[in-house]
Design a protein around this ligand. Structure first.
Ligand SMILES: Cc1cc2nc3c(=O)[nH]c(=O)nc-3n(C[C@H](O)[C@H](O)[C@H](O)COP(=O)(O)O)c2cc1C
Length: 214
């Protein structure tokens, strides 16, 4: 009897450990063949997504561009943040589940097996696009001001991240649109966020379905 309980427990622990093994992302590319001024020319919101998944390289590049570490000696990032608080956490809603981007390890940590893409917005294509980024502010890292002030700072910081994603997508030929249209309560529940974690913005990323209808 004791032996079988041990077997069940050890199998459970092994399965849990396997499910939560972080996805180590490839090194971000240093060049993708379009210069900054051309990427600015191309930057636009595109809402016409195919369901094709992104490659690990594209996932790596978009997350690093968004808010990766570009100066390992200081741990500073590709986007600025007020007083370098780095309070924005990026979550990635993929078909295979919900992940948190760990910038220091440049890896994705699975937080849920559930596909919550349809909960990330009110527009129907969010469920079909391969990646929905969710920018969440950890208010516990902001010690000054009330919640309104914290939201203002976090929205500003998330805006820089969103623009980094726009520019990367323009240069990489991917489609993206930043989105404020989502049901905050429902999404927070779906993500099982604690009270101090506030959703600021979402951003859909994927391959463009066709050249028409941006
Ligand atoms: C804070 C913010 C929230 C937005 N929310 C949405 C949204 O919920 N859904 C959407 O389709 N586009 C959304 N957009 C994209 C804008 O509609 C888009 O940027 C605008 O129409 C200008 O088009 P452009 O990005 O191609 O220049 C949002 C943009 C910003 C900056």
């Amino acid at each position: 009897m004791k032996k079988s309980i041990f077997f069940v427990l050890s199998t459970f622990v092994a399965t849990t450990a396997l499910a939560t093994t972080p996805i180590s992302l490839p090194t971000p590319q240093q060049r993708i063949g379009m210069d900054l001024m051309e990427a600015l020319q191309q930057r636009q919101s595109i809402r016409n997504f195919s369901s094709d998944s992104l490659s690990y390289q594209e996932l790596s590049d978009v997350l690093w561009a968004a808010f990766g570490i570009n100066r390992p000696e200081t741990g500073k990032r590709t986007a600025p943040s007020a007083m370098n608080r780095q309070e924005i956490q990026i979550y990635a809603a993929l078909a295979s589940g919900l992940y948190r981007y760990d910038a220091s390890g440049h890896q994705l940590i699975k937080v849920s097996d559930k596909d919550i893409r349809s909960d990330t917005g009110r527009q129907d294509w969010v469920a079909q696009a391969p990646l929905n980024l969710i920018y969440v502010s950890d208010f516990s890292q902001l010690d000054r001001g009330d919640d309104t002030a914290k939201k203002l700072i976090s929205s500003t910081n998330a805006g820089f991240i969103g623009q980094n994603v726009y520019l990367y997508c323009a240069a990489a030929g991917l489609a993206t649109v930043v989105r404020g249209g989502f049901d905050e309560q429902m999404l927070a529940k779906s993500m099982q966020l604690p009270e101090h974690m506030k959703i600021i913005l979402t951003q859909t990323v994927g391959h463009r379905a066709s050249a028409s209808n941006p």
